[in-house]
Design a protein around this ligand. Structure first.
Ligand SMILES: [Zn+2]
Ligand SMILES: [Zn+2]
Length: 339
C-alpha cells in the first residue's frame, strides 16, 4: 500500500470504556504492515467474551478498541515487504481470537501457543471485526471452507474453535453434558453426535425452553433445566455458561473419572462444595483460547459433519442490540454482524 489516502475512512463500532455501549465512529482504514493482511470484513459473529469485555470482567488495556473476533472477509491487500504467503488478495479468510504470539516462549515452543504470556487477542489487544476493514497477522488467519457462506462460517471461529478444544478435553466421553446451549453448544452438539456421543443439554432454569427444543432438534438425547439431574450419569460435561454454580452441579452429574471442562474466559465465583463430589478421580479444568492447530482441525472437520450453524444477522449499526440480545438469550445459535 502507498501512503494513506486521508479520505479513505470506514465505519466501525468502537469500545470506549467498560459499561458504555459501543460507539459508532468513522475512522481511517487501517494499513497493513509486513506480514499483515488488509481484510474487507463481510461478517463477524458476536461472542460472550465481548460481554465480558464490555462489563470490564476481561480487561481491555488500551481503548478505544474495535471488538469482534470471529471475522470472515476477503484479503484486499498484503502489507508492503511481506514475504511469500499462502494467502493472497481476493482470498476469503477467517480471523480468530488468537491474533499474535511471540513464538519463542516455553508455551509457544511446546504446542501450547494458546497459553503464550505475550499473546495478543483480536478484538481485545488488536482491533477486530465490528468494522468495514481490519488488519490481521496472516500467520494467524485461516482459509474458510468453500461450502460455508460468510455469515455461516463466522461462529466456527471462536464458538466452534474453543468449543472444539473443550470437546477434546472431554476425551472419549460418550455421555456428554453441555451446560448452556448457545453458539458453542449448537456447533459442538452436531460434532459430538457425528462422533457417536450422546448429548445432554442443560438450559437456564425458568427460561422458556427454546434452547432445549433447539438442542433436541440437533440430536440431544435429553434436554432440561440445569437444576435437574440427567437421567444417566455423564462421562464429561462442558460448562459454557459463565455461571460458577454450574461447576458443582456438573460434578454431581458425573460418574467417577469424569471431567468438567469450563469453556468460558470468565465465570462468576464457584461456590464451595463437598469433596465427595470431586472424589472418585473426577476433575475440573478450564480451556483457554485456541491454537492454530485447533483451527486447522475444526475447519477441516466442520464441512465433513457437516456442521450447519444457525445465525441471526444484524447490520453494523445494531451491534449493541446484538450484544443485548445475546445477554438476554433472545436468539438461538449465534448473532452475526454484517458491516
Ligand atoms: Zn470468543
Ligand atoms: Zn509465546
Amino acid at each position: 500500500m502507498t501512503e494513506m489516502d486521508p479520505a479513505r475512512t470506514m465505519r466501525a463500532m468502537s469500545f470506549q470504556a467498560p459499561r458504555e455501549p459501543l460507539r459508532a465512529v468513522e475512522v481511517a482504514v487501517p494499513e497493513p504492515g509486513p506480514g499483515q493482511l488488509l481484510i474487507r470484513v463481510h461478517a463477524c459473529a458476536v461472542c460472550r467474551t465481548d460481554l465480558h469485555l464490555l462489563d470490564g470482567e476481561v480487561e481491555i488495556a488500551e481503548a478505544p478498541r474495535i471488538l469482534g473476533h470471529q471475522i470472515v472477509g476477503t484479503v484486499e491487500a498484503r502489507g508492503a515487504g511481506s514475504g511469500e504467503s499462502k494467502l493472497n488478495a481476493g482470498d476469503r479468510v477467517g480471523v480468530p481470537w488468537l491474533g499474535w504470539t511471540d513464538g519463542t516462549c516455553r508455551c509457544c515452543t511446546s504446542g501450547r501457543e494458546n497459553l503464550c504470556p505475550n499473546a495478543r487477542f483480536t478484538g481485545r489487544d488488536i482491533d477486530g471485526g465490528y468494522a468495514e476493514y481490519t488488519v490481521a497477522d496472516e500467520r494467524f488467519c485461516f482459509p474458510i471452507p468453500a461450502s460455508y457462506s460468510d455469515e455461516q462460517a463466522t461462529p466456527l471461529l471462536c464458538a466452534g474453535l474453543i468449543g472444539y478444544r473443550a470437546l477434546r478435553m472431554a476425551g472419549d466421553a460418550r455421555r456428554l453434558g453441555f451446560y448452556g446451549f448457545g453458539d458453542s453448544a449448537h456447533i459442538l452438539a452436531q460434532i459430538a453426535r457425528w462422533q457417536g456421543r450422546e448429548v445432554y443439554a442443560f438450559t437456564r432454569p425458568g427460561a422458556d425452553d427454546a434452547a432445549g427444543d433447539f438442542a433436541r432438534e440437533l440430536g440431544a438425547v435429553w434436554a432440561g433445566p440445569s437444576d435437574e439431574e440427567p437421567p444417566e450419569r455423564l462421562e464429561a460435561a462442558i460448562v459454557f455458561a459463565p455461571v460458577g454454580a454450574l461447576v458443582p452441579a456438573a460434578l454431581r452429574a458425573l460418574e467417577p473419572g469424569g471431567t468438567v471442562v469450563c469453556a468460558g474466559i470468565h465465570m462468576s465465583d464457584i461456590p464451595q462444595f463437598p469433596y465427595e463430589i470431586l472424589w472418585g478421580e473426577r476433575s475440573v479444568r478450564s480451556v483457554a483460547n485456541l491454537t492454530r492447530l485447533d483451527g486447522d482441525e475444526l475447519l477441516a472437520l466442520a464441512p465433513q459433519v457437516p456442521v450447519a450453524t444457525r445465525v441471526s444477522t444484524y447490520p453494523l449499526e445494531r451491534t449493541n442490540d446484538a450484544l443485548a440480545d445475546l445477554r438476554a438469550g433472545a436468539f438461538t445459535g449465534a448473532a452475526v454482524i454484517l458491516p
